[in-house]
Design a protein around this ligand. Structure first.
Ligand code: UDP
Ligand code: MG
Length: 317
């Protein structure tokens, strides 16, 4: 019987310090799990440090290590899509390079895969070292996202998961450039299984997410999964117009009955400022969607490959 092929997909951006630790753990795993044919697929996402040299040296030693070298930094979401396109495995495990996702969990994932589950995802028991504000914001964000969309978006579930070939092929169909992969995992369906894990701290380096990029991802999440904010704008606009109409009737009646002289400058200015503010807010919301439509219609490649394993090629999928 031929061995099943298992791909481990690891997107890397400036991970030169973490990679040696990671390799040690992965070697331990793949040498003890010889019943599978392993493919460790690194995606170098335009790192500016020695990440790619280290990965190349891994491959020189052991051909089970493969790599895709992207032409610049495209972001983790795009790097993952490159991995989906090039993975050869019957299943694939996605994990971070910084050891926040313990490779020791992989055997358990494989066990569930053998039982017939197609998407085995690891849920964090706790969020680890994070500020109180970030935890709170993240919780509220997921609540909001969940309320506004019909697909279930799972909380505390990152990209650490095992996907069957069927799921990989489904994910490859999603070619949009504003990517929110976390939502796509839920969108594709299939038979899911949850396992719990304790998130470790980064072994080295620092997280490449800052507050600004997180807000960007959060907005991408909302705009790519729901158009409810647009409907909300219509609703509020309607409400404000109705209120204004009522108020207008009231003022006309008041003037006709009591013949009152012109008054109420403060009221006027507040109402104007409030409605102008609302208009700009909703223009902004429309702009967010419009901007995304603009990018999507360009149909640009999500990533560009400099080289795949040794071969220098510009093959783009
Ligand atoms: N990463 C990437 N491209 C980027 C940013 C990050 O491929 O532009 C990789 C990074 O090397 C790591 C994973 O994505 O393997 C998770 O990144 P990070 O640890 O910075 O994020 P966090 O764990 O804080 O969510
Ligand atoms: Mg990390």
């Amino acid at each position: 019987m031929t061995k099943k092929k298992v791909t481990v997909l690891i997107p890397c951006y400036n991970e030169q310090e973490s990679l040696p630790y990671l390799k040690r753990e992965i070697d331990k795993l793949i040498n003890s799990y010889d019943l599978y044919n392993w493919e460790i697929l690194f995606v170098n996402d335009g790192s500016s440090d020695a990440t790619i040299d280290i990965i190349k040296s891994f491959r020189k030693e052991d051909k089970r290590y493969c790599y895709i070298d992207l032409s610049r930094n495209f972001g983790k979401e795009a790097a993952m899509l490159a991995g989906f396109d090039y993975a050869k495995g019957d299943c694939m495990i996605i994990m971070d390079a910084d050891m926040q996702h313990p490779p020791a969990l992989i055997p358990e994932m494989l066990k569930h895969w053998e039982e017939g589950f197609e998407d085995v995802y690891a849920k964090r028991k706790s969020r680890g070292k994070e500020s109180w504000l970030r935890k709170k914001l993240s919780l509220q964000y997921y609540r909001l996202l969940q309320k506004t969309t019909r697909v279930e978006i799972l909380q505390n579930v990152g990209d650490f998961r095992l996907l069957d070939r069927k799921c990989i092929d489904a994910l490859r169909l999603f070619r949009e450039s504003n990517r929110y992969t976390k939502g796509m995992f839920c969108l594709i369906g299939f038979k899911k299984k949850e396992i719990l894990f304790e998130q470790q701290d980064r072994v080295a380096g620092s997280s490449s997410w800052n507050f600004k990029s997180l807000v960007g991802l959060a907005v991408d999440g909302i705009t790519s999964f729901t158009s409810l904010p647009l409907r909300f704008a219509t609703f509020v606009g309607l409400l404000v117009s109705l209120g204004a109409f009522g108020y207008m009737c009231f003022i006309i009646a008041k003037t006709l009955i009591w013949g009152e002289s012109i008054q109420g400058f403060p009221t006027l200015i507040t109402v104007i400022l409030f409605s102008v503010g609302l208009q700009f807010l909703f223009l902004g919301i429309i702009g967010e969607y419009l901007g995304r439509i603009f990018y999507e219609t360009k149909n640009r490649p999500v990533y560009i490959i400099k080289s795949y394993n040794e071969e220098e090629n510009n093959k783009q999928l």
